[in-house]
Design a protein around this ligand. Structure first.
Ligand code: CAO
Length: 442
């Protein structure tokens, strides 16, 4: 029996690559073309196959070693050597998978250089797919995993595009695939129709730099959390937005008058305080808006307290601190509290408890501009009021057009809990309260 040094073959443009997986050990019987090690460069990982079959006598490398063409991987007691045609002794290209390239079956990729961008792969004809396989070839091809793990994933019908990699640089490991399968089984048995599987096509990855200069800016933690939260609410709650407007001519006159009177005390009453008072009155008149669906979705939890969230725009993203017991606070108290919470939000000093327990939220863009918008419900609340910029408008009073200051209102509500008629009643009521603020005293 002869021994032979198995070396790293021509690996294309790569100078030195790190060994990130050892796929064989001493005593293993291997066939020609079996993968021996996985190596990784900055951009790609590749499996190095054996040129011969035989028994591994001694492994000459270890994890973390750097190798190049000609480095000895192991000593093999060969059972077959020259018989293996050189064309199949694995030039590096046959096993190279670029991190950002498409998945390549060996036969298809044999002629492609290592870094070439590839077309989305066709499903592997030679690999038997699981009957439940639902693989998105585009995202599968972009996943960062070795060829052997790709085969493993295909055998299990796992879409690698949905698996999070826990390895270096997000590389997918075998354990990640196993964990994904376990989770899928648990998920499908516990919540088969929870509505989160939308089955929509994934967004393709786009290289924007092909059209001009670009830079990548990381999202803030708040951006990411808010994004997930808003996305969930948008896709799981059937939103309807009711638009209306309120005549706030008298309210603004009163606010300005009070502002002048309270100026010396350093007090400023914001329009938002009036809107919050009117919202509380409307919540009392239409209590369904002050409820949440319970987790079974069979009952409403009706709240007898009035904690109102206010969307605050900060350099790091959107946060929604809550004014507690707004029904028991004066316009001045509410104004001061909104200001304090907005300052705290912008100084990143809000505590989680400052943002919990809200019954209903207000998103005011009035100080900025706009005519109307569709606010996204702040679940588990069932409605949110968007406020846009007030504008002086000609309003017909029965005899003539009169200049009136009109405030645009956009109420989004959860149509599982609130019917359209109640949505319109709620905004009409709000409008009536804001148009004649004396009613807020009642
Ligand atoms: N129409 C016209 N002017 C308005 C107005 C309205 N609806 N609301 C407020 N204004 C005016 C105020 O009168 C004030 O002007 P003066 O200084 O001349 O009196 C100015 O705008 C600023 O108002 P304010 O200081 O009282 O602040 P505010 O109540 O408008 O807003 C806050 C406070 C915290 C809500 C706000 O700073 C903010 O962060 N808004 C953005 C919220 C947001 O991003 N929502 C989007 C969520 S969905 O992505």
């Amino acid at each position: 029996m002869k021994t032979k040094e198995i070396v790293v073959p021509d690996i294309g443009d790569f100078d030195k690559v790190e060994i990130i997986e050892l796929l064989v050990s001493e005593g293993d019987t291997i066939a020609a073309e079996d993968s021996l090690i996985t190596v990784e460069s900055d951009k790609a990982s590749m499996e190095i196959p054996s040129s011969d079959s035989g028994v591994v006598k001694e492994v000459k490398v270890k994890l973390g070693d750097y190798v190049k063409e000609g480095s000895v991987i192991l000593i093999l007691e060969t059972t077959q050597s020259a018989e293996v045609p050189t064309s199949t002794t694995a030039p590096a290209e046959t096993q190279v998978e670029s991190v950002d390239s498409a998945d390549k079956e060996p036969a298809e990729s044999a002629s492609k250089p290592a870094n070439q961008k590839s077309k989305p792969a066709k499903p592997a004809p030679a690999v038997k797919q699981s009957p439940t396989a639902n693989i998105d070839e585009v995202s599968f091809s972009k996943a960062y995993a070795s060829p052997s793990l790709r085969r493993f994933a295909r055998e299990l019908g796992v879409d690698l595009g949905k698996v999070s990699g826990s390895g270096r640089k997000g590389r997918i490991l075998k354990q990640d695939i196993k964990d994904f399968v376990k989770q899928s089984i648990q998920h499908s048995s516990s919540a088969p129709t929870n509505g989160t599987a939308l089955g929509v096509a994934p967004m393709p990855e786009i290289d924007f730099s092909q059209w001009g200069e670009v830079e990548t800016v990381a999202l803030s933690k708040i951006n990411k959390l808010t994004g997930e939260f808003l996305h969930r609410n948008w896709v799981t709650i059937p939103h309807v937005t009711q638009y209306d407007e309120a005549d706030i001519t008298e309210m603004e006159a009163f606010r300005k008058q009070m502002g002048n009177e309270l100026k010396d005390q350093g007090v400023k009453i914001t329009p938002l305080a009036f809107i919050m008072k009117a919202v509380v009155a409307a919540l009392k008149a239409y209590p369904r808006f002050n409820s949440s669906l319970d987790s079974s979705k069979q009952n409403l939890i009706q709240k007898n307290y009035y904690h109102i969230g206010v969307a605050v725009d900060t350099p790091d993203g959107l946060v929604v601190p809550v004014i507690r017991d707004a029904d028991q606070k004066s316009l001045v108290e509410i104004s001061q509290e909104i200001r304090e919470l907005a300052v705290k939000a912008r100084d990143k000093k809000l505590k989680p408890s400052d943002m919990q327990g809200g019954c209903f939220s207000i998103s005011s863009l009035g100080g900025i501009g706009g005519t109307k918008f569709t606010p996204i419900i702040n679940a588990p609340e069932v409605a949110i009021l968007g406020v846009s910029r007030s504008k002086m408008q000609p309003v017909w009073n029965g005899n003539e057009f009169e200049p009136r200051l009109m405030l645009p209102l956009s109420l989004s509500y959860d149509h599982r809990v609130i019917d359209g008629a109640d949505g319109a009643r709620f905004t009409s009521y709000l409008s009536k309260m804001l148009s004649d603020i004396r009613r807020l005293l009642l």
